[in-house]
Design a protein around this ligand. Structure first.
Ligand SMILES: [Fe+2]
Ligand SMILES: [Fe+2]
Length: 403
């Protein structure tokens, strides 16, 4: 049986099913493992994680007096949290996803190239050349104004070699999209984009064998990884054209609103709005990306996980605006409908995040494809039962969505 417990109640002999927090926060790359080493218990209790799931069928249970949350209770809380975000749904994009994809792909390619060469030069100790990057951020901003989902969908495609560069491009786009969702002044978009693009520049100072290590990091290695915000900030201080927002987000994107983040353990209002936005965008992109040690989650799954961890980790208002930006069932998500059919989400609804436009293509009852059909769930009897893992079903959704 799965139980969610406070990390202070864990003990040797338990089986850890899942850590409730992103894997940038702790040195354990493995999702599930038996807690046999007392050192692991100590590390978990000191890394800023608040809760974990344990499997009482595979290891020790908690004491009867300790509070644990069941899967049902946790799911209900997540649903309530997401439901809070489901109001004042985002403005309608100016053009369709399919119309923007080709343009977005070109801009994404240019941005990927420019960021790669800029970061590689930084690794060799050269000053950051930001002029070309500023023009690209403008282009990304325009693409997102036309249709945010096109650029954001492309931003998910990464491999282990280009992860840090493409993650920077993705966080740039997410910061801009979130800023628009929060109705921030349009004059801030460029700074938001630059802040996203440069937030992890300090990783260029972390050796590749640590950044890409597929096993658990030692405490010393984890300390080196955690030095990247400060190292990046030092680099940006010396770079002409990196504004105050980029410096702030670079230094504080791993802080948490409850004060358990790093490097300065800042909390609540002592963290700027932009740093709080950076924290949400950063975690979302990291957990939806494939890494050498872990396959990324589907966007719908990532949003659910972040809703589960939100308390303490993310600013509530920023997180709810982020859910509106991405959607509860983002475009490209495979969903199961009440009518025993599978569909892929192709467009968000103007009315509710829970009723997007979907393309139906498969019957789960007959285990066979059906004639494709586009349904606007805001005006249909059918509704979404769950988000599904496309890998489990073996479908190539890119063919269906054209992204
Ligand atoms: Fe980072
Ligand atoms: Fe990051």
């Amino acid at each position: 049986m799965l139980k969610k417990i406070n990390v202070k109640d864990i003990k040797q002999g338990m089986y850890l099913q899942e850590i409730c927090g992103s894997w940038m926060q702790h040195p354990f790359w493995k999702k599930s493992f038996a807690l046999t080493d007392p050192k692991d218990v100590k590390t978990l209790q000191e890394c800023g994680i608040h809760e974990v799931w344990i499997d009482t069928g595979k290891g020790l249970d908690i004491e009867a007096i300790v509070h644990a949350e069941s899967e049902e209770e946790s799911s209900r809380k997540v649903a309530d949290n997401l439901q809070t975000a489901n109001s004042d749904v985002k403005p309608v994009p100016r053009i369709s996803l399919q119309e923007e994809v080709a343009q977005a792909r070109k801009i994404h390619g240019k941005a990927a190239q420019a960021v790669t060469s800029m970061f590689q030069e930084a690794r060799m100790g050269k000053a950051l050349q930001l002029v070309e990057i500023v023009t690209l951020v403008d282009e990304i901003n325009l693409s997102i104004s036309r249709n945010p989902e096109a650029f954001l969908s492309l931003s998910r495609l990464k491999n282990k070699d280009n992860y840090t560069y493409l993650h920077s491009v993705a966080v740039c786009a997410l910061m801009i999209a979130l800023g628009k969702q929060m109705n921030l002044d349009p004059s801030l978009m460029k700074d938001l984009g630059m802040a996203g693009l440069l937030h992890d520049v300090g990783k260029m100072m972390v050796p590749d064998d640590i950044l890409n290590k597929p096993e658990r990091l030692s405490d010393e290695e984890f300390t080196v990884v955690k030095s990247h915000p400060l190292q990046g900030w030092e680099m940006l201080k010396l770079s002409e054209g990196a504004g105050a927002m980029a410096l702030d987000v670079c230094l504080h994107h791993h802080e948490r609103v409850d004060g358990t983040g790093y490097p300065h353990r800042l909390s609540g209002d002592s963290l700027s709005l932009f740093a709080r936005m950076g924290a949400v965008c950063d975690v979302y992109d990291a957990i939806t990306s494939n890494r050498c040690y872990k396959a990324g989650w589907e966007p719908a799954e990532a949003i659910r996980k972040m809703a589960e961890w939100q308390e303490g980790q993310f600013d509530k208002t920023v997180f709810h605006a982020f859910v509106k930006t991405i959607g509860i069932y983002p475009s490209g998500t495979l969903v199961k409908l009440k009518s025993d059919r599978l569909a892929v989400v192709i467009q968000q609804s103007e009315k509710s995040l829970l009723t997007p436009v979907v393309k139906v293509f498969f019957s789960t009852k007959n285990n066979a494809p059906v004639q494709t059909e586009t349904i606007d769930l805001a005006h249909a009897k059918d509704s979404i039962l769950s988000a599904e893992d496309p890998l489990k079903w073996g479908f190539d959704l890119r063919k269906l969505t054209g992204i």
